[in-house]
Design a protein around this ligand. Structure first.
Ligand code: UD1
Length: 385
């Protein structure tokens, strides 16, 4: 009989990075994947599941509006404990550093079910940034029987913390598997500006002036980090307003995260700027298309920092630290924090200095070749007994 591997996902990025692992395990002769959603992000997760044609076999549906971290952690821990007791999978896979990851790993540990941590070993070294993700991932590493590290850098982090080397393997990052899969499909289907604009809800003016004109410079923005709630987001919005004042030729497209702490300042401060298009969170497929065509990105997202080197798009990272030094080393990602002067200085360079832009948009592949999911499957097939 095949062994059951429960794949747990609660948020948009977990779904993107777990989809390739799920489809790879479906091919296994000895393992059977079961997709379990905690529903930490109701709308954003459902939107992403749809892109990959994934239907969770089980949905714990735990999101509540304005959820606090302790509430959500408690709800995931109890609901996962009950689910594991009923379904008794042979292994549990989690991905990344969200509340879903920590609480589901702990539930599996209590139930004595082995845990595999996809994207293990990322560290900023600062417990306050990203908060609470740095702590979530640190606590998950010793709970895991398999630590699937994206790069040698992440594996070395785990070695320094005394994590059992036998649990660690370098597999690459499955986000590249997802990215390549989605780009291939876009090519087959010939996705174009009009279709993307209609699906994302991009205003016609912006579409005509920027998306349909090759070479018209526009910037793609995303942001959701708790460290930036309040003043940080206000400063980011100030920088965007100043960017459009100082560069009248530049447009800004900003799919705004659904967290109310993000929505409020962004709509208040950018809602009236005619050169900024605020749109709902874009589905992964359209987001990849947009990343591929913007001039550069302003973002605090982890996934974007990983995808950008493969797409050759410079990212000004709206954070003080990063757990993804590979993108910085490659030259694609630059840490700018939330200081408007710093953001603008770097944006000016990218818009005004062709040689610098060329250097920072050189294609690099620090996160692997798109075969991460296969490596994870092979390791599980060999070692899950
Ligand atoms: C979470 C993760 C973060 C991850 C990010 C990706 C934690 C602690 N944080 O942050 O690591 O990078 O997701 O997006 O796990 N909401 C909706 N609909 C949605 C999604 C969110 O309404 O589809 C609202 C809810 O009111 C929710 C709030 O956003 O209470 C915040 O969501 P939450 O999961 O607590 O944290 P994020 O900031 O999204």
């Amino acid at each position: 009989m095949k062994k059951t591997v429960a794949i747990i996902a609660g948020t948009r990025p977990e779904c993107v990075k777990m989809a390739p692992v799920y489809f790879e395990l479906l091919k296994s002769e000895t393992l059977r994947p079961v997709f379990v959603s905690t529903g930490q992000h109701r709308q954003m997760l459902d939107q992403t599941l749809a892109v990959f044609g994934l239907k969770p076999e089980y949905d714990l549906n735990l999101m509540q509006p304005g959820q606090t971290l302790p509430d959500l952690t408690g709800r995931v821990l109890s609901a996962m404990t009950a689910w594991l007791a009923e379904h008794k999978p042979d292994a549990v896979l989690v991905q990344g550093d969200t509340t879903t990851v920590l609480a589901a790993s702990l539930a599996a540990f209590y139930a004595r079910i082995p845990v595999g941590h996809v994207e293990a070993g990322l560290r900023t070294g600062d417990m306050a940034s990203p908060f609470p993700e740095e702590m979530n991932r640190r606590l998950t590493s010793p709970l895991a029987r398999w630590n699937f590290c994206p790069t040698e850098v992440s594996k070395a982090n785990l070695m320094r913390e005394g994590i059992d080397p036998a649990s660690c393997s370098v597999t690459g990052n499955s986000v590249i598997d997802a990215l390549l899969r989605v780009r291939d499909r876009q090519k087959e289907q010939g996705l174009d500006a009009a279709a993307v604009a209609a699906k994302v809800g991009i205003p016609e003016k912006f579409t005509e002036r920027f998306l349909k004109k090759p070479g018209a410079p526009w910037v793609l923005v995303t942001g959701h980090r708790r460290e930036s709630f309040g003043g940080g987001f206000e400063r980011i919005c100030e920088a965007i307003n100043r960017l459009t004042q100082e560069h009248p030729e530049v447009g800004v497209l900003y799919p705004v995260h659904l967290n109310p702490q993000v929505q409020e300042p962004v709509k208040r401060l950018l809602g009236d700027n005619p050169r900024v298009a605020l749109v709902p969170p874009a589905a992964y497929e359209e987001f990849v298309w947009l990343m591929d065509r913007c001039a550069f990105l302003l973002s605090d997202s982890g996934g974007v920092q990983e995808e950008a080197p493969s797409l050759g798009k410079p990212v000004l990272v709206l954070r003080e630290t990063t757990e993804r030094p590979e993108g910085v080393t490659a030259g694609t990602c630059t840490l700018v924090g939330t200081d408007p002067d710093k953001i603008l200085a770097e944006a000016h360079r990218l818009l005004g200095d062709r040689a610098e832009y060329a250097r920072r948009s050189a294609l690099k592949n620090p996160y692997g070749d798109g075969h991460t999911a296969r490596r994870i499957r092979e390791i599980l097939e060999e070692t899950l007994r």
